[in-house]
Design a protein around this ligand. Sequence first.
Ligand code: CA
Length: 388
Amino acid sequence: MATTSPEKRYTPVIILLLVAALVTVIGLWAMERAGERRIGGGHAGASGDDAGGTFEWKLVTTWPKNFPGLGSGPENFARFVNEMSAGRLKVHVYGAGEIVPAFEVFDAVSQGVADAGHGAAYYWKGKIPASVFFTAVPFGLTAQEINGWLHYGGGLELWREAYAPANIIPFAGGNSGVQMAGWFNREINSVEDLKGLKMRIPGLAGEVFAAAGGTAVRIPGGELYTSLQTGVIDALEWVGPYNDLAFGFHEVAKYYYYPGWHEPGSMLELIINRDSFEALPEDLQAIVTHAARAANQDMLDEFTARNNAALRELLDRHGVQLRRLPDDVLLELYRGSEAVMQRLVQDDPMAARVYASFKAFYGGVRAYHHISEQAYINARDKVLDSQD
Ligand code: CA
């Protein structure tokens, strides 16, 4: 009987073991791939079934329903979210007074009465002094600059920290660009002309205006026209030509002043209740984030496109007198702004931290824009004006 060598006897066993190991490795790899697909297509904290669920949000605003310009911010955000999520997250927009009055939007979102809100951060100056940096600072950043500071310069992190105790997550929600200095029923030729002038001008700028000898009045948007018409106020600032034309201020004031020293690039805010945001699966959270970013930019695009046509209409059709604030008036307002900012940051540590970040970014971007945006626009004007 022929003997079999140990090698030959064990060969089938070794082959069997190798095949079994290969099958196991392939099986594990396939399971892992399936797992990756589940994680990639589903969401942390949500099963496949939940991922198909729908959500409904209430968004309250500080603007009248269907208000052009500023009011397009929340409407666009809602539309973008509805479109991108194919209706899985439906955002319903409510104008001021429909669920809560304009100046209760922050509390409504904080307490979960609404899931989201749209307005201007500086309306909440009394609750959170640092909020003023997230709308406009007199002689501060332009729209392009504030977007840079917010998204790449540390601004957004500070804003989220400032609003965290209120259970609110803030996002940039639009920008008006440089505003107009406002409507006046008398000419401003010197600092003396500000004395005794009653003007609707909110935020830090109101304090600056008061320091320059005027009286700053806070009046809701809906009462501005009548207040100027009846002489309750002598002047007001609202936004710029596109929005101001809609209000009809040219019917009750003759002089339209620039530049908007007090609001050089006013940012609006979209605020979201943290619990509402965290209840969403990750893909809907991403849709909310990117819809906000798109709505923020879209508002600036719309103002940029429409302001000039509105200004032409005000000047050519309605005979409005366009005036530039004199340099000595601007200098006085700048000095006042510095004093007001110093007081603000002295009294509030969070405001001081935001101001430090804002100021550092401001210094750098101002120097760069001196040789880029500003240099280009100056050069363009010089060359084109020489052709006239
Ligand atoms: Ca304004």
